[in-house]
Ligand binder design. Structure first.
Ligand code: MN
Length: 707
């Protein structure tokens, strides 16, 4: 295997001998496992993992990643298990291989744009370790290079998938070369005719201009020399797919594409970039409106550069990119530049471990300069993904709110599936219905024809569709069933209070019915089943009524202590979002359960329906739970202020659950939903926010109409 030798030579240029040895071991192991398997091209299978690893060596990926690249198909395609990989090559390598095997199992099935977008997001979200994505991209790149041996139909599908999913990810991660090659190969295979026409046109155009271009390069060099600016000037050719995308996006003919040829000027310091720009604009006239400052406002993937287009001699438009050597490294290798150029900054050393950390650094780079709208987009997509992406058994991708359970999934597929669901298989294994779904899960709901929704589901579903449908179905249950169910729920509540049901006798019930003015026990039990009464509240009241130690007439609505983990039985009003420390009041709303508001919640003074019952509630002393709270920030419009606010909130150890904003001419109002543990905690967060100079006003929002 000559390629194997080359690979080992390549890694030995940047990895210590011990690592090289391990890589060799992985190589031999993989070759033995794939023994006898052939690629479609007829080559031995091992040529593929070796080629994948070799795509990664120019990026100087670490030994674990190279080993995982060599082993990436063994679990999926041979009898080797993940455990065996862990045993032989260590757990980190096994985790990488496992991630790759999971991705391999996911067939991307439709070509709708939305599906592609979901898939991209899922891929990024799933791969907790960015190395998995890098290896996956290398895998795809090698498959694209060897696409000829596939049938026309299959190669078209793979090419489309590459353009829809993998090329944008490579671009997003700033992997310049991989992106270009994936794009060009995808384009070539999907639209062979357009590709060859464009290819010819481009070649001709470049040929015609070669001489002029030489003249321009000399002129630029001379100009910079005169001003004693040390700079490296490179000619650059834009790749085909990039030109094609531009023609498509702006529906322009090839003759109008201006930046088919250009220059790159690399200098030492950022300020010099602007100096060079000024000199070049003096040398040739710039085309108005074409200047872009990606140094002040970097692209999402961290790319920084100045772009301008000049009117060259004979009317030849020339695109020029000006950046520092440092910026150039990031421009070429993107996220991989962390391996490629071991940064002195110690915060970078950790970066290769997790995508999450990479995203943090993205946040930092964005926070310095990008405008808030763009920033918010990234914030939403990358840092606080509020959706999970899961597969139906047929391979369709569903996006559900974060925290969704198997029951939410069932209802989002179809109301009937929700109402009839009895069990779920997640990734082919039975799991509880309450299981929270994570990115990439394959979810299969098992139904039974006579099954009914279970009121207990209400305590963990998060989607309103599931919640409303369950409530509606419960209402239509027969009385008999309701009573049985109510009894069960009440007994459950007794159990959790440490009370034996037999300790509650007829006298308890008599007092209870008298105090609450209800006719029968049946009615109470039915009420519980239908969510009109809370099992916990009834159980506590019953228990207290019978306690010989307690006074005869304990007020029926004695103080109920809130511990925050009651589940559906207690809801915190979305209007005022009470948090521990706030004076609170409870309202029993028919069919909704106990809803806790703050004393000063404006919605209380407004609409209180006659059927609602008020209940005194108080916070328990020991609460260990995060609560949601809303705050409103008015800030002066300035770049990076949203990032500063996000950083201040993070520093106070709070999480952002949601953020949206309204923008005026001078001011922006930011609405945050945060997680805090108490009023004290909230005060800390607000104190941190006040330190930001651009912040004009902070208020806690209560009673906003958006419930
Ligand atoms: Mn592969």
């Amino acid at each position: 295997m000559p390629d194997a030798k080359t690979l080992l030579q390549e890694v030995s240029t940047y990895l210590p001998p011990r690592d090289v040895k391990n890589i060799q071991r992985a190589l031999e192991f993989s070759a033995a496992a794939h023994e006898g398997q052939l690629r479609k091209s007829g080559e031995a299978y091992i040529s593929h993992p070796i080629a994948v690893a070799r795509i990664l060596t120019p990026l100087h990926l670490d030994a674990q990643a190279i080993m995982a690249a060599l082993l990436h198909d063994v679990v999926e395609d041979t009898s080797v298990s993940t455990e065996e990989v862990a045993e032989k090559f260590g757990k980190p390598v096994a985790i990488l291989v496992d991630g790759l095997s999971k991705l391999a199992r996911m067939e991307f099935q439709t070509t709708e744009d939305a599906q592609a977008e979901n898939f991209r997001k899922m891929l990024l979200a799933m791969a907790r370790d960015v190395r998995v994505v890098l290896i996956k991209l290398a895998d795809r790149l090698h498959n694209m290079r060897t696409l000829e041996s596939m049938s026309r139909e299959k190669s078209e599908r793979i090419a489309r998938e590459t353009l829809d999913i993998y090329a944008p990810i490579a671009n997003r991660l700033g992997l310049h070369d991989i992106y270009q090659e994936l794009g060009d190969l995808g384009f070539k295979n999907l639209y062979p005719n357009r590709y060859s026409v464009l290819h010819k046109a481009l070649k001709a155009a470049r040929g015609n201009r070669r001489e002029v271009i030489g003249t321009i390069q000399e002129a630029i060099q001379k100009c910079l020399d005169e001003h004693k600016i040390a700079a490296k000037i490179q000619g650059r050719e834009k790749h085909l797919y990039g030109i094609y995308l531009k023609m498509q996006a702006k529906s322009m003919p090839f003759s109008e594409v201006q930046d088919i040829y250009g220059f790159r000027v690399l200098v030492d310091e950022a300020p010099t970039c602007y100096l060079v720009l000024g000199l070049l604009h003096g040398l040739y006239k710039p085309i108005p409106g074409k200047f872009k400052d990606y140094i002040a406002i970097p692209k999402a993937n961290g790319y920084q550069s100045l772009h301008t287009i000049l009117f060259g001699p004979f009317g030849v438009p020339v695109e020029v990119q000006i950046r520092t050597h440092e910026m150039h490294k990031v421009a070429e290798a993107g996220v991989a530049s962390h391996w490629l150029y071991k940064s002195q900054d110690s915060s970078f050393n950790e970066l290769h471990k997790q995508t999450h950390q990479w995203l943090q650094s993205l946040l930092e780079s964005l926070s310095q300069s990008t405008d808030s709208v763009e920033f918010l987009e990234h914030l939403k997509v990358d840092l606080f993904p509020d959706e999970v992406y899961v597969f139906t058994p047929t391979g369709k991708i569903l996006a559900l709110p974060r925290g969704s359970t198997a029951v939410d999934f069932a209802y989002s597929v179809h109301t009937d599936i929700g109402n009839r669901c009895v069990a779920v298989k997640i990734n082919f294994e039975l799991a509880p219905l309450r299981t929270e779904l994570i990115n990439g899960d394959r979810v299969e709901i098992i139904t039974a024809p006579h099954a009914h929704p279970n009121p207990a589901w209400l305590s963990y579903v998060v989607t309103s569709k599931a919640r409303n449908t369950i409530r509606h179905s419960l209402k239509t249950l027969h009385l008999e069933e309701s009573v049985m169910l109510g009894e069960r729920l009440l007994n459950q509540a007794f159990a959790s209070l440490g009370i034996k049901p037999q300790d509650i006798d007829a006298t308890h019930w008599e007092k209870f019915l008298k105090d609450s003015g209800v006719k029968s026990r049946t009615e109470v039990l039915a009420d519980i089943a239908l969510g009109r009464r809370l099992n916990m509240v009834v159980a506590r009241q019953l228990a207290r009524l019978g306690d010989p130690g307690s006074p005869e007439h304990v007020p029926l609505h004695g103080v109920v202590t809130i511990i925050g983990t009651e589940g559906l039985a207690v809801q915190f009003a979305k209007c005022c979002r009470p948090i521990p420390g706030d004076p609170i009041i409870g309202i029993i709303k028919k069919g909704h359960g106990l809803i806790v508001h703050t004393h000063d919640c404006p919605t209380l003074s407004r609409g209180r329906s006659g059927t609602d019952e008020w209940l005194d509630v108080a916070w328990d002393k020991h609460i260990n739970k995060a609560f949601e709270v809303s705050i409103k920030l008015i800030v002066i419009n300035q770049r990076g202020v949203l990032a500063k606010a996000a950083a201040a909130i993070a520093e106070a150890e709070s999480n952002i659950e949601n953020v949206h904003f309204t923008k005026d001419v001078d001011y922006t109002t930011l609405h945050f939903t945060l997680q805090v543990s108490s009023r004290q905690h909230l005060a800390n967060v607000m104190r941190n926010l006040r330190k930001i100079p651009e912040v004009v006003r902070i208020t806690r929002s209560k009673g906003t109409p958006t419930q």
